[in-house]
Unconditional design. Structure first.
Length: 518
């Protein structure tokens, strides 16, 4: 790979892309600037009137209010902390924090790392690439475990079998990052972030939070059937890309085996074996508790006042999944000797929470900016203008084009703005009502699914991906001088393949009327 003209040219292009990407402000800074812009725009456009289509063909007149009036300045200060931030979307920030704490127990005690090792040790060689991509996709339950544990172990596993270690690392990186939104486990952190915010965006715009058949959506599982089925699509596609493009490209690239790396490092220790047995018991206990709750106090019932069916189990699914993580992770820690007191479990929650500081700051500025956009009336105006433009193009009769276009927009924006949450907070409030206004078939769950596809597939080819530098450091242990440009070139086939097949898969779900979730 090194020493030829082609990579040099590619590296120059990659360096330019990286430089351009670094010039993009942090999402927090973007939302700070947006707040100022929205405030100024509300003053300049104050009094502007416009018509908005209402239910049943009615038309409602709305206007822009200046946020510089004494009344609205008081509104900004009165609502900044509680209503606009902590209570946004019914307390979405609190839900995110709790699920992060629960996953933190499983990660801190070593459960996730042990599961990756156990699976890696039992993989038949002919299914190696398939299994590594699959494990990468599943490890998105706790992204750090995938990037920091699976990727280096995949390289080590390939090296121990006489294969090029970077091939294994590339397959793992593709699964962890490009397949980030696919998973067999419902109610993951990304599910919560997407679902609860989508509900808030829809309700703020007067859109029913329901699927195309009118069925009410559950924020945690509204795209579960799609994301679960995607695992079985992306894993073989990733394996095919590995064998068809990545392995041949690296076939003649020499690599070394660092002296400090032990090929047996992916083997489980006696303590880890004991921990996994205990985790199995913890999982059984979790299932029993969840089942008892589902059949008892959380069983479905009919509200005697409204006559509507209520399902407390689904409404509290996020908390139940978090409980399972805590119990299973704690059981593993006890069996492995890593949990000796309640404080050891608490430390796992605290350690994971140390990574939440950025999200807390981001949501403060993002949610307050969104509230300002909504209260001023500018959000409704932007949505109306965007919908009118799409209608003028005749796209109301081409929902597939709307769907594909939104995937491509998200995938492109992902190259310059990293982070699932930050982009969703930018795009969701505008495009959920906008696309629904153009075609009612563009329901909140469908828009969210399209966003998740676009947000994932280009993660592995952008310098805005935080872990790209970490992966590069791992790769250089085997191939000194390996460059960021070479990494992006190596991962490009995965990105294109995932984009094409995953978008087509989503279009198939839509065209055939298959429910995205439950």
């Amino acid at each position: 790979m090194t020493g030829t003209g082609e990579p040099a040219r590619a590296e120059g292009a990659a360096a330019w892309i990286e430089k351009a990407g670094r010039a993009i402000p942090d999402p927090i800074v973007i939302f700070m600037a947006l707040w100022v812009i929205v405030f100024a725009a509300s003053v300049l456009l104050a009094g502007t009137r416009f018509a908005v289509p209402g239910p049943g063909g009615t038309v409602a007149e709305q206007g822009i209010r200046s946020m510089a009036t004494a009344e609205n300045v008081r509104w900004i200060f009165d609502n900044a902390i509680l209503a606009n931030w902590l209570a946004f979307g019914g307390g979405v920030l609190g839900i995110i924090i709790f699920i992060i704490m629960a996953v933190g127990v499983a990660e801190h005690t070593g459960l996730l790392g042990a599961l990756i090792k156990r699976a890696g040790a039992a993989i038949p060689e002919r299914f190696l690439a398939l299994a590594v991509v699959f494990l990468g996709i599943m490890s998105s339950l706790a992204s750090d475990a995938g990037y920091l544990i699976l990727v280096p172990l995949a390289g080590l596993l390939y090296a121990s079998l006489g294969k090029h270690p970077i091939v294994g690392m590339a397959a793992a990186f593709a699964g962890v990052s490009a397949g980030f939104s696919a998973n067999l486990v419902p109610g993951t952190t990304s599910d919560i972030i997407m679902g609860v915010n989508a509900r808030a965006f829809a309700e703020a715009s007067g859109i029913a939070f329901a699927a195309s058949d009118g069925r009410p959506l559950n924020p945690a599982t509204m795209t579960y059937w799609f994301t679960a089925a995607s695992v079985f699509l992306l894993a073989p596609v990733g394996a095919w890309v590995t064998s068809r493009f990545v392995a041949p490209r690296l076939a003649h690239v020499p690599h070394q085996m660092p002296a400090d790396l032990d090929p047996g490092a992916f083997a489980l220790s006696a303590a880890e074996h004991r921990g996994l047995r205990a985790a199995g018991l913890g999982l059984l206990l979790s299932v029993a508790i969840v089942a008892a709750l589902g059949l008892g106090p959380l069983a479905p019932f009919t509200d005697p006042e409204t006559g509507q069916a209520v399902n407390p189990f689904l409404e509290r699914l996020v908390l139940l999944i978090a409980l399972a993580f805590i119990l299973t992770g704690t059981a593993y820690g006890i069996g492995a000797g890593r949990v000796r007191s309640v404080m050891d479990v608490v430390q796992g929650m605290i350690a994971q929470m140390n990574t939440m500081g950025y999200v807390v700051v981001l949501t403060f500025f993002a949610y307050n900016t969104l509230a300002l956009i909504s209260h001023s009336g500018l959000g409704t105006l932007i949505t109306q203008l965007g919908a009118s433009g799409l209608l003028a193009l005749g796209l109301q009769d081409a929902p597939v084009l709307l769907l594909v276009g939104f995937v491509l927009l998200t995938a492109t924006l992902n190259l310059v703005i990293g982070g699932l949450t930050s982009k969703w907070l930018l795009l969701g409030p505008l495009f959920i009502p906008m696309l629904h206004a153009v075609n009612p078939a563009m329901t909140p769950d469908l828009v969210a699914a399209a966003y998740r596809v676009g947000d994932s597939v280009t993660n592995i080819i952008t310098p805005m991906m935080f872990y790209a530098g970490v992966i590069l450091a791992f790769a250089r242990r085997y191939v000194p001088g390996f460059t960021l440009g070479e990494l992006f070139i190596l991962m490009f086939p995965y990105s294109i393949a995932f984009l094409l097949v995953w978008t087509g898969f989503l279009v198939g779900f839509f065209a055939l009327g298959i429910p995205l979730g439950f």
